[in-house]
Design a protein around this ligand. Structure first.
Ligand SMILES: Cc1cc2nc3c(=O)[nH]c(=O)nc-3n(C[C@H](O)[C@H](O)[C@H](O)COP(=O)(O)OP(=O)(O)OC[C@H]3O[C@@H](n4cnc5c(N)ncnc54)[C@H](O)[C@@H]3O)c2cc1C
Length: 388
């Protein structure tokens, strides 16, 4: 299945490709594909400088409405954007959580003052955002969260703990979910606050992953005073705010297969260089060829699944279940690639890029909804099975 790209999407491709060719340097490529961290000194500042150039040219968040600095781009232009950015090797904007997740909530529920204050610096990457949702006892069961906010005059007083807060150490702002009505049913007593991470009483403790990266943090709130008007959406309706669908970023699913198929291509190239177990090249070893063929097919399947989701969007179908399937196939394929790399490259796959990828890919089946939760969604909404 191949899409026919409409003429306006192809025109956009030409403009964006020309712009990237004129602007992407080796230094920008060296920043990598972006991500959660920015561990190296100066890396975040360099990524922010690149982000500003994307924003000034109108390429930082093309799906955002024009009034907020986007292009109001349709889904095929979003697909083209992802393809061309990937092709160029440059990273996207630094606000990997802000632009697709937090911004739609602000656009939907924010006051005019909040939109004016927060969206422009988010778009330009000048202010980094994090999401304070998960807690030690509330991950998949997010509505079980217990961080509290109690009203005291013209402030909320926040106490509790969040965990796995990506980008928290770089963030100026946090979209924070807190319990404001402990007596209400658990989905109904939650409120969403916009919290300045520089407020006294907030303590960050880094969580260093097995790859050695500092991607996320524990965040502790001890009598943190947050202005009353820092509420996003109505009081006690934070669940609705948190669930704001990603209206403006439907092209995101198109991006999933680009990196994965690139990894498979890179592994094929490495297998042509690496020695096989019985002499010759790894790529000629019949057993290894089977493994390589399997991940190749999985990655091609992922492309089809992504395209099916995009096609559904073009035909007005809701994204939900197809996104769950794409997430499932993507995360498992990523892990299989790591395992096949270990078989193909032997001890060489234990370090460097392949070693990092192999252990790093373990997070893929947890972040953004675990495999088990996605399987529950697919079972109920796609297969129509009863709840277990
Ligand atoms: C790379 C990464 C970045 C993240 N960034 C953020 C962030 O920025 N902000 C944030 O708030 N959170 C973030 N998270 C946290 C993430 O949202 C949670 O890890 C995720 O929701 C799972 O919650 P948990 O870790 O508490 O696991 P749990 O929910 O405790 O799950 C433990 C196990 O039980 C299974 N399980 C749970 N419930 C069910 C069920 N009903 N049926 C079947 N199986 C079930 C799960 O699948 C899992 O295998 C991040 C996580 C990762 C890995």
């Amino acid at each position: 299945m191949d899409f026919t790209y409409p003429a306006d999407a192809e025109a956009f491709r030409k403009d964006f490709r020309d712009w990237l060719e004129a602007n992407v340097t080796d230094e920008i490529r060296a920043l990598g594909g972006g991500g959660l961290g920015y561990d190296e000194p100066g890396q975040l500042a360099a990524a922010q400088a690149w982000n500003r150039r994307l924003a000034d040219a109108g390429y930082a968040a093309i799906a955002w409405p024009v009034e907020y600095g986007g292009r109001g781009a349709g889904v095929m232009e979003q697909v083209v954007w992802a393809e061309e950015l990937h092709r160029s090797g440059a990273p996207g904007p630094v606000n990997v959580l802000g632009i697709p997740n937090v911004a739609p909530a602000i656009m939907t529920y924010g006051t005019e003052a909040q939109k004016t204050r927060f969206l422009p610096p988010m778009l330009r990457g000048d202010e980094v955002w994090c999401q304070g949702f998960s807690e030690p006892d509330a991950g998949s069961d997010l509505a079980g969260l217990s961080t509290t906010a109690v009203r005291d005059g013209d402030h909320w007083v926040v106490n509790g703990q969040k965990v796995w807060t990506s980008l928290g150490h770089h963030a100026r702002w946090c979209e924070l979910l807190v319990r404001t009505d402990p007596d209400a049913p658990k989905h109904r007593g939650i409120t969403c606050l916009i919290v300045d991470m520089q407020t006294p009483g907030i303590e960050l403790r880094p969580l260093i992953t097995i790859t050695g990266a500092h991607d996320f943090n524990e965040v502790f709130f001890d009598d943190v005073r947050v202005p009353a008007d820092a509420i996003l959406g109505p009081e006690h309706e934070g669940w609705r705010v948190a669930m704001t669908t990603l209206n403006h970023e439907r092209g995101g699913v198109a991006r999933l297969h680009l990196g994965t198929r690139q990894k498979v291509a890179d592994l094929f190239a490495a297998a042509r260089e690496a020695p096989g177990r019985a002499g010759g090249r790894a790529a000629d070893d019949p057993a290894l060829r089977q493994l390589l063929a399997r991940v190749y097919l999985e990655a091609e399947l992922l492309k089809l699944v992504s395209e099916r989701a995009i096609s559904g969007e073009l035909h007005g179908r809701a994204l939900g279940p197809e996104a769950s399937i794409a997430k499932l196939v993507w995360s498992e394929t990523d892990q299989h690639i790591g395992e096949v790399a270990a078989a193909v490259l032997g001890p060489d796959a234990g370090t460097g890029r392949w070693g990092r990828d192999r252990v790093g890919s373990r997070q893929a089946t947890i972040a953004g909804g675990t495999t088990q939760i996605n399987k529950n969604i697919i079972a109920q909404r796609v297969l129509g099975l009863p709840r277990g």
